[in-house]
Design a protein. Structure first.
Length: 319
């Protein structure tokens, strides 16, 4: 049986539990394709998974993998797959609540992929699949953001936030960004009309807004109160230190009151990845890459994410 390198961990814990091991190389089933992964990137959900904050989902069976985003090329095509061929450049993500893209190969169904933008190399492309489709789903599909509306993006320099600022600008909104002081230049460059340091500008100094995208997960009530009548808010994160009260607050706000928070559920499929590629090709969205790490340094990438102050995404180069 052929083998491959893959990031793994044998227990929950800090970034240091991650290591690169040798595991069996997957084989594409009849309805699957085998992707040779050029790169993946680190997302917040993977940090929570590795730390053991998602045990109800990830379970206690080890070793476990990490990584969601996929950018690579087709290495093998299942017998019933018709529209993809060996050598095609693709991007996408692992199926919902499955980690394991930080590996040399992954086997997935074609619905998890689309063609990658021709204008991007596959390492930079890996910064976009998860966060890009999240931003599109939140702003276009959940909020229905319209030209001329006022949008607040909280966590604007992070993975999802950096794409949301660009997309909000492309959709014609007036974009206000909350980010760290050292990243205000970045969010302005990405299209923010206003940029504020979250440490010195609290919710009391802001608003009103037609739309709020929250990528942080704390103080949701305070930011919900910034919505104008008819305003819409999407929270893509919750407070992992107080998960029940945080999620309960979101659920209550979807039922009561005029200023409601939309529940975000992310399971992007082919059309969303294709839509994201189109936004990239027409220049509306570009990847924002903080650092590119080799697979062997994946623990360092997780540690850097946890330290904060990230400008976009930490990318893991596999090939």
């Amino acid at each position: 049986m052929s083998e491959m390198r893959a990031a793994r961990y044998d227990r929950y814990g800090p970034p240091e539990v991650l290591y690169v091991g040798t595991v069996p190389k997957p084989v594409a089933g009849p309805g699957e394709v085998l992707v040779r992964v050029h790169a993946t990137s680190v997302n917040g959900g993977e940090l929570s998974g590795r730390a053991g904050k998602l045990k109800l989902v990830t379970g206690r069976k080890f070793p476990q993998g990490t990584g969601v985003d996929i950018a690579g090329e087709i290495a093998e095509v299942g017998s019933s797959v018709r529209h993809l061929a060996v050598g095609d450049r693709v991007w996408g993500a692992m199926p919902h609540l499955r980690f394991g893209a930080a590996a040399e190969y992954v086997a997935v169904r074609p619905r998890q992929l689309s063609y990658a933008p021709e204008s991007l190399d596959l390492v930079r492309a890996a910064a976009l699949p998860g966060v890009g489709t999240t931003a599109i789903t939140a702003l276009r599909d959940k909020i229905g953001l319209m030209s001329g509306e006022r949008l607040l993006v909280r966590g604007a320099a992070g993975g999802v936030g950096s794409v949301a600022v660009q997309l909000g600008h492309a959709l014609g909104a007036h974009v206000t960004a909350l980010a760290g002081a050292k990243t205000l230049d970045l969010v302005r460059e990405l299209g923010a009309d206003e940029a504020h340091d979250y440490r010195t500008t609290g919710p009391a100094a802001l608003g009103p807004f037609d739309a709020v995208l929250d990528t942080v997960g704390t103080e949701l009530g305070a930011y919900r109160r910034l919505l104008a009548p008819g305003g819409r808010m999407v929270g893509i994160a919750f407070d992992t230190d107080r998960p029940l009260s945080s999620l309960g607050s979101i659920l209550r706000s979807t039922v009561h009151g005029a200023r409601r928070v939309r529940i975000f559920t992310g399971n992007p499929l082919h059309q969303l990845f294709a839509d994201l590629a189109a936004y990239v090709e027409n220049g509306a969205i570009r990847p924002v890459v903080d650092t590119v790490h080799p697979l062997s340094d994946i623990a360092r990438a997780h540690r850097a994410m946890e330290a904060g102050g990230v400008r976009g995404k930490h990318v893991i180069q596999v090939k």
